[in-house]
Design a protein around this ligand. Structure first.
Ligand code: FES
Length: 137
């Protein structure tokens, strides 16, 4: 899996998202609660663009009339028919064994780290003694 630098963190506002075309696929990156999540921008039901999905809370009910909201902003509600998915892994909330949105790993790294790159040249100690440069190998 190739790594792609897609945006500065400031280009995707908190609670917002941005779509990127990567290797022939539309991938939407969400910024939720200080974290970034990447999903295929296509609902597995009938293909709605998930960039239009609402980021809602998970709603649970231990008994009739009692409701709890947690993980605020971490459930995606599809704009077409309202199916809900876990933004962390694309898992369907209604039918987890049959439906899942393809999710992709996201990393946030500093520009300095990216600038370094993965390749390191071999270096050798250098000394100057009188008028001579001496390299240790
Ligand atoms: S297209 Fe997403 S729920 Fe139908």
């Amino acid at each position: 899996m190739a790594r792609h630098i897609v945006a500065r963190t400031s280009e995707i506002p908190a609670g917002g998202n941005k779509v990127f075309g990567l290797e022939g696929r539309d991938i939407v990156v969400f910024h939720v609660n200080g974290e970034f999540f990447a999903l295929l921008n296509r609902c597995p039901h009938e293909g709605a663009p998930l960039e239009k999905a609402a980021c809602v809370a998970r709603l649970t009910s231990p008994e009739p009339g009692i409701y709890h909201r947690d993980r605020v902003g971490e459930m995606l509600r599809c704009p077409w028919h309202g199916w809900e998915f876990d933004i962390r892994n694309g898992q369907s909330w209604f039918d987890p064994n049959r439906f899942r949105i393809r999710s992709y790993p996201v990393a946030v790294e500093s520009g300095a780290e990216l600038q370094k790159g993965p390749y390191v040249a071999e270096t050798f100690p250098v000394h100057i003694e009188d008028n001579y440069v001496i390299v240790e190998v």
